[in-house]
Ligand binder design. Structure first.
Ligand SMILES: NC(=O)c1ccc[n+]([C@@H]2O[C@H](COP(=O)([O-])OP(=O)(O)OC[C@H]3O[C@@H](n4cnc5c(N)ncnc54)[C@H](OP(=O)(O)O)[C@@H]3O)[C@@H](O)[C@H]2O)c1
Length: 359
């Protein structure tokens, strides 16, 4: 891996995802946090004055005095990579302007996840999709990578492990219990709405969970710059999304059906999940978790408060693997929504790009 420090910028640096980027980048051995951007409300202020810091760790000293900039390509032109934690209402135009200016952008927003030449990546699941960036780079342009929706991120990792070992999954029913940090800070969810409560609706979320796995689990197309998205009839997904009174960590109950008949046994499924390795581990990426998936035997785990920080939030935890009387197998998966589901994945993607000399 190249040892040269790469200059990094962060758009939406003051928000829920942006603050995770600050935590994870402040002392990162591969990246020099060089430029921070947010809305015109924050631009011109010191970060410490612009952001209401809501993380358990102290605001990194290096970050506190940095001046927040407007999100223009000119302000970020020195960056080797730009991470975006922008609100989707503004990400579309801003991120396009950055790519058009030749920059490399790794985005958490939903706007370009379905775009043809944009890899949709959870780095512990499908880092091989980043290989199309080599072809995009040869065209001498900027390029963009999207991180999946935060709930998609947790479930596609065990799905990939099972697909790799047992072949295609044809049907999935998933019910999520999603943390409040996933709703962002401005305005976020009020305590009156969520305490002693559960909200059985998250706008636009179910559609993302029903579409994104079909791109993430697809192969790269023969043109080398797009993807053979799995047709809907070959992988049917039904999602029900709920917001619950948990700060961080999305929990999901999945039932799946394999194309293979008879399906693998419960013990074979657990072994495949435990044994799953990702190329990010072999590339020596700094943030790669030691275990990509933790499999619990204890029947009441995983739990968000106890298990969300496993492997610093980059691993996902699976429990309650058992036979499903309607489909084949069911289990619970938990992942950290602002680490594996957002900023952490962004950084691990950039570590892969650096290891492959794509930035
Ligand atoms: N939270 C999660 O778990 C999660 C997970 C995966 C993906 N995402 C996605 O990540 C993105 C950020 O989510 P979040 O939860 O961090 O949201 P958030 O807490 O509301 O933060 C939004 C950020 O966007 C900035 N912003 C707002 N309007 C802007 C404008 N006109 N120009 C430039 N910057 C502007 C805000 O800056 P100011 O402080 O100056 O207003 C803030 O830094 C969203 O697209 C979201 O869907 C979130």
């Amino acid at each position: 891996m190249s040892s040269q420090l790469k200059k990094a910028g962060v758009l939406g640096a003051t928000g829920s995802v942006g603050q995770r980027f600050m935590q994870l980048l402040a002392d990162h051995p591969d990246f020099d946090l060089a430029v921070l951007g947010a809305s015109s409300r924050s631009a011109g202020k010191k970060y410490v004055d612009a952001a209401e810091w809501k993380q358990a760790s102290l605001l990194p000293t290096k970050v506190a005095d940095m001046i927040v900039k407007e999100c223009t390509p000119e302000n970020f032109k020195e960056c080797d990579v730009v991470f975006s934690g922008l609100d989707a209402d503004y990400a579309g135009d801003i991120e396009k302007a950055f790519v058009d200016a030749g920059l490399v952008i790794i985005s958490n927003a939903k706007n370009y996840r379905r775009a043809e030449n944009v890899p949709l990546v959870v780095p512990t699941c499908n880092p091989e999709h980043l290989d199309i960036c080599a072809n995009l780079k040869k065209q001498g342009k900027g390029f963009q990578i999207c991180i999946s929706n935060c709930s998609t991120a947790g479930m596609v990792v065990p799905l990939k492990a099972l697909q790799e070992k047992f072949g295609p999954i044809t049907t999935m029913i998933v019910t999520t219990m999603q943390a409040v940090s996933g709703a962002g800070f401005s305005p976020g969810i009020s305590s009156m709405d969520i305490l002693d409560n559960l909200i059985p609706y998250i706008s636009g979320e179910e559609d993302k969970l029903e579409w994104e796995p079909r791109k993430i689990l697809a192969n790269i197309a023969s043109d080398g710059v797009s993807f053979d998205i799995i047709p809907e009839e070959d992988f049917k997904i039904s999602a029900a999304c709920n917001r619950v009174a948990v700060i961080d960590g999305h929990t999901e109950c999945l039932s799946i059906k394999f194309k293979q008949s008879p399906p693998p046994s419960v013990e074979e499924v657990k072994a495949a999940l435990r044994e799953f390795r990702s190329p990010v581990q072999d590339l020596g990426c700094h943030s790669a978790p030691k275990n990509i998936i933790h499999v619990f035997e204890q029947p009441n785990r995983p739990q968000p408060r106890l298990d969300r920080d496993r492997d610093a939030g980059y691993a996902c935890s699976v429990g309650r693997v058992r036979e499903d009387p309607v489909l084949d197998i069911k289990f619970v998966v938990l992942s950290h929504n602002t680490i594996l589901g957002a900023a952490g994945s962004g950084i691990l993607i950039a570590e892969v790009l650096k290891a492959k000399e794509l930035i």
